[in-house]
Design a protein around this ligand. Structure first.
Ligand code: ADP
Length: 258
C-alpha cells in the first residue's frame, strides 16, 4: 500500500534552494528528460538561478542532452556541479561511462539521489529541477517522499496509454502530499519539417482534457518536431539553439506557468 500524506516524513529544506521541482512521467520515452532540460534552461534564460539534477540513476541522459563530458570537481567533501548554459548541473552520468549501465538496488538509488541533492554544492538557487526516473515504482515513491519537493510537473504524450501512466504518476505525488504543478503534453502535434503542416499523430488534447478532468493545471503542449530531437542530440536546449524560435517560445510559456 502507498503511504498516506501523514506518513510523509518532514523533510528539512535544503539551505539556499528555494524550490525543488520534480519533472516526472508515468513511463519512459515520453520526452521527460528533454522537457526537464528545456524547462531548466529556459528558466535560467529568464534570469532565475537554476540547478538541474539528473535523478535517473539507471539511465542518466542529461550529460548527452547538454553535451557535458567533464567530470565534476570536489570542494572538500562536496561535489561542485558543472555549469552549462547558465545552469548548475549534476548527474550520476558524469561519474560513469555511457556504455556501462549501473546496476543498483532501489535503496541505493535513493541514497545516491539524496546525496546528490544534499552533498552537491548548489549554492543559492531559485529552482532545482529534478529529472525523476520514469515510472512510479518504489524508488520514485521514496524519492518523492524524501526530497523536499515544492511540486511536481507531469510529462505525458497525448496517447491514452501514456495518460493512464501519467495518472498513476499524479496519484503517486498526491499520495505523498506533493503538490502537482500541472501536466505538459509532449509530442503533441507533429509539425512536418518539410512543409510545416501539423498532424495529430497521437491524437491531440488528451492531456489537456485529462488535466481539466483531474483538476490540475494544463501547462502547455510541446509539438513533436524534428528540431527538438536534433537540438537535443546536439546537446543544446531550444532556448540556446534558437532563443527566439518557435520551440523556445513553447518552453517559455510553460516555464512562466511553473
Ligand atoms: P524520457 O526521458 O521520457 O525517456 P527523452 O527525453 O529521452 O524521454 O526523449 C525520448 C526521445 O524523444 C529523444 O530522442 C528525444 O530527443 C525525443 N523527443 C522528446 N521530445 C520531443 C519532441 N517534442 N519532439 C521531437 N523529439 C522529441
Amino acid at each position: 500500500g502507498v503511504p498516506g500524506p501523514d506518513m510523509r516524513p518532514a523533510q528539512a529544506a535544503i539551505p539556499g534552494i528555494k524550490h525543488i521541482v520534480a519533472v516526472a512521467s508515468g513511463k519512459g520515452g515520453v520526452g521527460k528528460s528533454t522537457t526537464a532540460v528545456n524547462l531548466a534552461a529556459t528558466l535560467a534564460a529568464l534570469g532565475f538561478k537554476v540547478g538541474l539534477l539528473d535523478g535517473d540513476i539507471y539511465g542518466p541522459s542529461i550529460p548527452r542532452l547538454l553535451d557535458i563530458k567533464d567530470r565534476p570537481a570536489m570542494k572538500g567533501d562536496r561535489v561542485i556541479p558543472i555549469e552549462k548554459y547558465g545552469m548548475k548541473v549534476m548527474s550520476m552520468g558524469f561519474l560513469q561511462d555511457e556504455e556501462s549501465p549501473v546496476i543498483w538496488r532501489g535503496p541505493m538509488v535513493v541514497t545516491a539521489l539524496m546525496q546528490m541533492t544534499r552533498d552537491v554544492d548548489w549554492g543559492e538557487l531559485d529552482f532545482l529541477v529534478l529529472d525523476m526516473p520514469p515510472g512510479t515504482g518504489d524508488a520514485q515513491l521514496t524519492m518523492a517522499q524524501q526530497t523536499p519537493l515544492s511540486g511536481a510537473v507531469i510529462v505525458s504524450t497525448p496517447q491514452d496509454l501514456a495518460l493512464v501512466d501519467a495518472r498513476k504518476g499524479l496519484k503517486m505525488f498526491k499520495d505523498v502530499d506533493v503538490p502537482i504543478l500541472g501536466i505538459i503534453e509532449n509530442m503533441s502535434t507533429f509539425v512536418c519539417p518539410h512543409c510545416g503542416k501539423e498532424s495529430e499523430i497521437f491524437g491531440h488534447g488528451g492531456a489537456e482534457a485529462d488535466a481539466h478532468r483531474l483538476g490540475v493545471m494544463f501547462l502547455g503542449a510541446i509539438p513533436l518536431h524534428m528540431d527538438i530531437r536534433v537540438t537535443s542530440d546536439a546537446g543544446k536546449p531550444c532556448i540556446i539553439a534558437d532563443p527566439n524560435g518557435v520551440h523556445a517560445d513553447h518552453y517559455k510559456k510553460v516555464a512562466l506557468k511553473v
